[in-house]
Write a new protein. Sequence first.
Length: 331
Amino acid sequence: MRTRELAQLKNTGHQGINALFAKAHSADWDIENDVDWSTPVPKDDPLVAFEWGAFSKTPTFRELPHEVKVHATRRGVGRILGILKLGEAVAQDVCAKLALLLPQEDYRNHAVAQAMDEARHHLAYHRFLDKMDEEVEEIDFGTEMMFESLLQSHDPLRLIATEQFFLESLAMGLFEGIATHATNPLLRDILTLITRDESRHMGFGVLYIDEWMKQHTLDERIEFARHWLPQILGFVADQPGPIVLGRVVARLREAGVTDAEARGRRMLVEQQAINRTEADEVLAGRRLPHLLTSARRAGLLAPEITEALDLAAHPLVVATQRAARTSAAVG
Ligand SMILES: [Fe+2]
Ligand SMILES: [Fe+2]
């Protein structure tokens, strides 16, 4: 940006986006004083209820000795917090870049406020992981590639669509899952405060994409949705399977379970029934993931788009539209 351009900074006047900036201050929290860092994080504390973990609702997992369940659960929490911590650093970079790239005053303001939130989140996960004092498992290749593509990009639409719209909608489900299942008070408090910030970030993503959609032609909107909608539907339909099981089995082995592989095979079969029940919950609209509601709110599920992409009859699209009609009728 040049001096002359900064002299002409314009506000889009978008009420929702301007309100997010004010909220970043009124809903702010203090990392030193709003959470109690003296709360212990003992080695034998599973930190979350066992049901939180992948495959943990299967009868085979439930009958494992308590210490094994603690080990597997802590490892799972450590892995997710490690990815989230890295995700916060990536988000901070993305926001710093957006603050320099976006020519609209209100969009820049949001990006700067979000950068500060992400810095605080990174610090919170960092401190909590230090207190856990646990070896953090390696980040998977798919996640690393997604972060890498964000770090390489300089296109505001791509940055915001990937970070605030897609990743933060996806992560909201993770944050809420940990916050509701956390049994350690420090972990619960951190996640509750972070979730509050993240819903503003996701809100920016939805509002930005919604505005972009309103200002572009049908063909351009269809092209945008062609890139994102199949990914969103794929992620939502994805359920615990062999890849996640591999990590659980490795954790059982570390905890001294000698027949971990055989137990893993049983868990995979048992998990299928749980997956079916959970998928039915989503299809019935009782537990709609944020990714679907964000897609709808940003206009990706408009009939002219889903018809052009041949996705109008997709069960997840139908369920999201039906849930929106029901809540509109109730509200
Ligand atoms: Fe964050
Ligand atoms: Fe965020």
